[in-house]
Design a protein around this ligand. Structure first.
Ligand SMILES: Cc1ncc(COP(=O)(O)O)c(C=O)c1O
Length: 363
């Protein structure tokens, strides 16, 4: 029997996530060494992980024969101190992607609606569809989440509302005042998922903890993949009420977060000097790219994150041409932006290399 006939219908129609192209693939295609390739496609940290996190990760590997702490107790304890919350107000995942999936497991079924901005991080849509729920997309306004339109799209069937700030792929943010006001007006049957994967790059990111204190259904998502430079270890977390975290912890698999990631994350949280330096470099890099792209006559979307949208005319063509220069960026046609590419802010020399290559391919 055709195995497709045995699959759940949502699996057959499930769109497939397209990750940034790995460095090794392009190196192989071009017959070049991996060290010559520059990847600015997945909003990774150009300065790597904190050296303290690397030491901790290596030490954890020495006890690689043991299962990890399934409840991430040490990390939740440290996060609780970091945030001034309780350890039972955290759920740790295999990347914050896993938390998005856990939210689906816990709360979504067929007939439910999930309201989200468009374009916004595509995984919200993928998970919604996987659980047989319906995606309700609300176009951004001036590149930012249009919170009034999102509120207006909520119905009695809405179960979740996603807001991403700074938003991927636009790098734009909503203010704390507007987010708090928006959340306080949401009906009680809606869970507000606030994705702040890039918040550490923002000088004064919104603080939605008062909403948790008020007993509202909100969960905030964070990741160690971006400013902490630990994307390969797959570790992210959510903070919310003990009730929401309890439900999410119930539907996750045991040992979902490996011990190396837990040890690295613990050490990374302590290295404030490293994250501050990365945020500072990123800020300078944003200005460098913004000036450089403007000098090339290219439109950009002003960003507060560690990436930027640039209008190149034909995104797929620019992606191809940049690849031939050994640079991997992200085409964003799948986000409905075929004229644009998304580039990660690199180190100063990496940004220079990107700008020089852009000048060359546009000439
Ligand atoms: C907005 C946003 N949320 C969540 C994630 C997932 O991050 P991770 O699963 O690596 O923690 C990403 C990754 O690019 C992202 O851009």
């Amino acid at each position: 029997m055709n195995v497709h006939a045995l699959a759940k219908p949502a699996v057959l129609t499930q769109p497939i996530y397209e990750p940034g192209k790995p460095i090794e693939y392009l190196a192989r295609e071009l017959g070049l060494g991996v060290e010559t390739i520059l990847k600015l496609a997945s909003n990774e940290n150009p300065f790597g992980p904190s050296p303290k996190a690397v030491v901790a990760a290596k030490a954890a590997l020495d006890r690689g024969e043991l299962y990890p702490d399934s409840g991430c107790h040490g990390l939740r304890q440290k996060l609780a101190t970091h945030w001034g919350l309780q350890p039972d107000q955290f759920v740790v995942g295999n990347g914050s992607n896993e938390i998005i999936e856990l939210v689906g497991h816990a709360f979504l079924g067929s007939g439910d609606e999930v309201v989200m901005g468009a374009p916004a991080f595509v995984v919200y849509k993928l998970v919604t569809l996987l659980f047989g729920a319906q995606v309700v997309e609300v176009p951004l306004r001036d590149w930012r989440h249009d919170l009034s339109a999102i509120a207006a799209a909520v119905t009695s069937r809405t179960r979740l509302v996603y807001v991403c700030s700074p938003n991927n792929p636009t790098g734009t943010a909503n203010t704390e005042t507007e987010l708090l006001e928006f959340a306080r007006r949401l009906p009680a049957h809606v869970i507000f998922v606030f994705d702040e994967a890039y918040a550490e790059y923002v000088r004064n990111p919104p603080d939605l903890r008062p909403l948790i204190g008020e007993g509202r259904n909100v969960i905030c998502l964070r990741t160690f993949s971006k400013i902490y430079g630990l994307a390969s270890l797959r570790i992210g977390y959510g903070y919310a009420s003990p009730e929401i975290c309890g439900l999410l912890n119930r539907v996750r698999q045991p040992f979902n977060v490996n011990a190396i990631g837990q040890a690295a994350a613990l050490a990374a949280l302590d290295d404030h000097a490293f994250t501050e330096q990365c945020a500072k470099e990123n800020h300078a890099g944003l200005q460098q790219l913004e000036c450089g792209f403007r000098r090339l006559g290219l439109e950009i979307v002003p960003s507060v994150a560690n990436f930027m949208l640039v209008r190149v005319g034909n995104g797929a063509e620019a992606f191809d041409k940049l690849q031939r220069e050994g640079i991997i960026v992200r085409p964003v046609a799948s986000y409905g932006l075929p004229e644009w590419i998304r580039v990660t802010v690199g180190s100063h020399p990496q940004n220079d290399r990107l700008l020089a290559a852009m000048g060359k391919i546009l000439a």
